[in-house]
Design a protein around this ligand. Structure first.
Ligand code: SF4
Length: 233
């Protein structure tokens, strides 16, 4: 039987990106293929093994009791690790009349292609090496972004920036998005201090990055992570 490991299903306000403030139903999937330094999610925490019908019933219950929602947000961890499950589950979610919003680290292009027909909104993170503490992922990110754009999806890109983010990393992120489509909304998200990350970027850094990005891209925004400001999960 096809199952997925689901950590939690909960309703809240979308706290990141261009849809911040919209009511979303979050489905958090287990595990991630990256290990970012500033990660604030226990993506290998306790989970339950959910079947297609069990997860659908849970979503339906939440929609009935706490909806309507702007979208059902697939989050993690990295939800695309569960693409086989999602490929079967998403058509059933769409049959309920729900919008599917994918929160992703933008590295798994083949899994994305498998489920894109049922995804309405792609919220893609760009991860500079200073965020992951690992090798650059620019090629993976560009292929991913192109796949989403070619499919005509509503899509935006978000870069979490810290005091350690290098100027060159922001330039590379901006260039990458510009090569694909300069009209893609580009969000600079100052990190929320957490764990080993003690402070966000300085105002001067943020101003410099914003103005570079605005010189190359059509839609640049600075939006902090709102959950902690609002005090919601
Ligand atoms: S991609 Fe997201 S969930 Fe995965 S380690 Fe990075 S911040 Fe955490």
């Amino acid at each position: 039987m096809l199952t997925a490991r689901v950590i939690e299903v909960f309703s809240s306000l979308q706290g990141e990106g261009i849809y911040a403030g919209r009511p979303h139903l979050f489905v958090r999937f287990w595990n991630c293929n990256l290990a970012c330094r500033y990660c604030d999610t226990d993506y290998r925490g306790p989970y339950r093994e959910s079947s297609l019908s069990e997860l659908l019933a849970e979503v339906r219950r939440q929609v009935d009791s706490a909806g309507p929602f702007h979208a059902v947000s697939l989050t993690g961890g990295e939800p695309l690790l569960w693409w086989r499950f999602l490929k079967e589950w998403l058509p059933r979610l769409k049959a309920l009349g729900q919008r599917a919003y994918l929160e992703t680290n933008g590295t798994l292009t083949d899994p994305l292609r498998e489920i894109l027909p049922w995804i309405d909104i792609v919220a893609m993170d760009l991860k500079p090496p200073s965020a992951t503490g690992d090798r650059p992922l620019w090629e993976e990110h560009e292929a991913f972004l192109r796949a989403g754009v070619e499919a005509g999806r509503d899509l935006f890109v978000k870069v979490v920036v810290t005091a350690e983010t290098a100027d060159d990393e922001v330039r590379q992120a901006v260039d990458l998005v510009g090569r694909v489509d300069r009209g893609i909304p580009f969000v600079l998200q100052p990190v929320t201090p957490w764990g080993p990350v003690r402070e966000g970027p300085e105002e001067q850094q943020l101003g410099r990055w914003r103005s570079w990005a605005a010189g190359r891209l059509a839609d640049v925004r600075v939006i902090p992570q709102m959950h902690r400001i609002w005090g919601v999960p």
